[in-house]
Design a protein around this ligand. Structure first.
Ligand SMILES: C[S@@+](CC[C@H](N)C(=O)[O-])C[C@H]1O[C@@H](n2cnc3c(N)ncnc32)[C@H](O)[C@@H]1O
Length: 289
């Protein structure tokens, strides 16, 4: 019997392979992770709601994902992603707001949008009139959504993002000209959603991430959804609630997983419940002159 066959096909061979499998195949992964953790501990100031850039491969997959759930051309979606990445005015505004805030000691100055690039591209492609985001925190996601609405408005398709949070100090990153596309609803999210009266084109859950709370938000906003509304969740990496809501409301469900670049955090993702095979466009662009 050859050594290869002995190692592959015998019980003693299996035991002999354990040190090799552990030391050569598995442990280097743990060491790379440990290295990234040590770098992060000194280079970053964040301790929750981690921000990171996505790998180039992951960015390409994000564009394809947004294209499938919105029904818009992938090249156009890639253009929107580039548009946000290259928006220096927004970047400077976010950096200035961070430096001026007491949170400057616990959050990083450089804005790293991660999956929020996908949120931006979706809003740009579909031109919603009303977006609802639950969970503002510092306001990075709200600012990104508002920046998309700002561009939409300049192209003749104005919209507004209603963003809920229970913490009165939330949203310190929001600055003009983006802030005027945004209204903060302070208080418990489910209560705010129950009182909400307008039809909602895009809904995004990103507040209290307990699955039962996520579900309560979906039920609270359901009467305000129309058949083409897009429902997103920032919790689908750990909760099946949006998949269940998609089944309940006759929508399709897809999940995108972030692949962070140079970070130990495994990444969050975007869950989407959507009407399959349709091109979501909530407002027609104005006729060309
Ligand atoms: C993960 S953060 C939101 C992150 C933000 N969307 C972003 O893009 O960076 C969650 C936020 O939800 C808020 N929150 C938690 N429980 C809530 C509740 N019951 N009602 C409203 N907001 C709540 C927290 O105060 C926190 O600011």
């Amino acid at each position: 019997m050859s050594l290869r066959s002995f190692l592959k096909y015998t019980a003693v061979g299996r035991i002999t392979m354990i040190p090799f499998r552990l030391g050569v195949l598995a442990l280097p992964y743990a060491l790379r992770q440990a290295g990234a953790m040590v770098r992060w501990a000194f280079a970053s100031k964040e301790y929750y709601n981690h921000t990171y850039h996505l790998t180039d491969l992951n960015l390409g997959y994000l564009a394809s994902y947004v294209s499938v759930i919105s029904g818009h051309d992938r090249r156009a979606v890639e253009g929107y992603i580039r548009e946000l990445s290259g928006n220096q005015a927004l970047r400077r505004a976010l950096e200035e707001r961070t430096l001026a805030s007491p949170d400057r000691h616990n959050c990083d100055v450089e804005p790293r949008y991660g999956r929020r690039l996908g949120w931006y591209a979706l809003i740009r492609a579909t031109r919603p009139r009303v977006v609802v985001e639950t969970g503002v925190d510092r306001g990075l996601g709200t600012a990104v959504i508002a920046a998309a609405l700002h561009r939409n408005a300049a192209e003749g398709a104005p919209g507004i993002v209603y963003a809920t949070d229970i913490v009165p100090e939330c949203g310190h990153l929001l600055a003009e000209p983006y802030k005027s596309h945004c209204r903060i609803l302070l208080g418990d999210s489910v209560e705010s959603l129950k009182q909400f009266k307008e039809p909602v084109d895009v809904f995004l859950h990103d507040s209290d991430h307990r699955p039962e709370y996520e579900w309560s938000e979906f039920l609270a906003i359901e009467p305000r959804l129309h058949p083409g509304s897009l429902v997103l969740s920032d919790n689908s990496q750990q909760s099946p609630k949006l998949l269940e809501f998609a089944e309940k409301t006759g929508r399709a469900f897809l999940y995108f997983q972030d692949a962070p670049r140079d970070h130990w955090w495994p990444g969050d993702g975007i869950g989407a419940a959507f009407a399959p095979g349709t091109r979501a466009l909530y407002q027609n662009p104005p006729p060309k002159a």
